[in-house]
Design a protein around this ligand. Structure first.
Ligand SMILES: Cc1ncc(COP(=O)(O)O)c(C=O)c1O
Length: 448
């Protein structure tokens, strides 16, 4: 006997909400408050002990790589590209399915993004698609570990070595994800992380880069930190004459930096909780045909910033929108991520563009970058199938997982009723339009 779907007037299954994220320890909150009380809001690089402590803690977490604490993940990527010396005319290969913040720093350096394809199951860069976009002007591969799932760094680094390209990891969504026991961020020339509050290492707003190359580190600091932090003992003597305040300021306040050590201390514990919950959920929904979790190869340990599933459109016989609506009515918020491949975004298609101009569009135009007509089938499939659950379940909780599984099972068991409902809506376009308008108004109100 199937209970009626909440979307069709039945009782919602209901889920247990994830715990608050981020949380801060009382000591960290006190330290930040003390800095505010004393008016110590400016660090200018390592002149404040909070920033020294933050960078040392980050460096320890990343196996001794140099760590530069910055204002955001986007800033960290841009600083990394500048540290590597890239600029106009340099092509950087990147995936077309990621947060725009992976690509915007490439543009902000005057470089040209070249889009690879992605694996349609994980959404990560497909190494097999990289060589087709390499040209004599290609300088680097920007990898994203999407949703906390490590990308195939062995294959990607082999291609980079063969073509003498640099590798940058955008690990903004993947703190603590591991490949054969090593945390991501350690598989590249430069790695960049976002620490805005929704990320695994959530602060207020922050980011950082890591590199094992001292020269890249100081060159990055010289581009975006007050006087390149030239007062520090390790600053290279031969760069001193070039230091000035011609910097794109990406600095971090000590008030935020003071939160880093305690957030790092609990990061792996929270990730273990996220993983444990996926392990609990996986067998519970193994019999579901409409939404499936990817399998990961041995040695690949995602950190589950987000849980990635794929919708089986063929089997479902309903749109993903209807499926997600039915799950949302049961209490489970689920939905797709990036709505279209980045190579289709208007601000890259300068040829047909009629909006407000941005300076890097001139670079794309002068370079002749043409993204029209690009086809990346893996990307299109992932975008059609994508289903995400925000995953702040940082403490193992079987009951919470049972409730999530119950939502999936209930919707799947009632799929025929859902198909009828969807057909009914399509038959009466006027009612559907009115309903959609009401929903949009309600949503708009919610966000005001
Ligand atoms: C993959 C990826 N790259 C870059 C960024 C940009 O980070 P930030 O918002 O801290 O600039 C994000 C943030 O959501 C991201 O998810």
């Amino acid at each position: 006997m199937h209970r009626s779907l909440a979307l069709l007037g039945g009782t919602p299954t209901g889920i247990l909400p994830a715990p608050q994220h981020p949380t801060f320890t009382p000591d960290a909150i006190q330290s930040a408050a003390a800095l505010l009380e004393r008016g110590e809001t400016v660090g200018l690089g390592r002149t404040h002990s909070s920033i020294v402590n933050a960078e040392e803690a980050l460096s320890r977490y990343h196996g001794g790589r140099h760590a530069l604490a910055l204002g955001s993940g986007t800033a960290a990527i841009q600083a990394g590209l500048m540290g590597l010396g890239f600029g106009p005319g340099d092509e950087i290969i990147c995936p077309p399915y990621t947060w725009g913040g992976t690509v915007s720093p490439i543009l902000a350096c005057g470089c040209i993004p070249a889009f690879s394809d992605i694996d349609p199951i994980t959404g990560n860069m497909d190494p097999a698609s990289i060589e087709a976009v390499i040209t004599p002007r290609t300088k680097a591969i920007m990898v994203v570990h999407l949703y906390g799932q490590p990308a195939d760094m062995v294959a990607i680094n082999a291609i980079a070595a063969k073509h003498k390209l640099k590798v940058i990891e955008d690990a903004s969504q993947a703190h603590g994800a591991r490949i054969n026991g090593t945390v991501v961020g350690n598989f590249s020339d430069v790695s960049a992380f976002s620490c805005m509050g929704w990320k695994l290492l959530g602060l207020a707003e922050a980011g950082y880069l890591t590199t094992s190359d001292e020269d890249v580190f100081w060159r990055a600091a010289m581009t975006c930190q007050h006087y390149g932090r030239a007062g520090e003992p390790d600053f290279p003597k031969h760069y001193e004459q070039y230091v000035d305040s011609l910097v794109v300021t990406f600095r971090l306040s000590p008030v935020i930096a003071t939160l880093f050590p305690s957030q790092l201390e609990k990061l792996d514990r929270e990730i273990a909780g996220r993983r444990a919950n996926v392990d609990i959920l996986r067998p519970m929904i193994a019999d579901c045909k409409l939404a499936t979790l990817p399998d990961y190869a041995p040695g690949i340990e995602p950190s589950f910033h987000i849980v990635n599933l794929n919708f089986n459109i063929e089997e479902a016989g309903i749109s993903r929108e209807t499926y997600c609506k039915a799950l949302a009515a049961e209490g489970l918020e689920i939905g797709p991520y990036v709505p279209t491949p980045i190579y289709k975004w208007k601000r890259l298609l300068w040829q047909d563009y009629d909006g407000p101009e941005i300076w890097w569009q001139r670079i794309l135009r002068d370079y002749g970058a043409d993204y029209r007509g690009i086809e990346r089938p893996g990307t299109e499939v992932k975008i059609a199938r994508d289903l995400l659950i925000g995953w702040n379940y940082t403490v193992a909780n079987t009951v919470a997982m049972e409730r999530i599984a119950a939502c999936f099972h209930k919707v799947e068991a009632n799929i025929d009723a859902l198909r009828d409902w969807e057909r009914g809506i399509e038959a009466d376009a006027t009612i559907a339009a009115v309903k959609a308008a009401r929903r949009a108004v309600a949503l708009h109100k919610e966000h005001q």
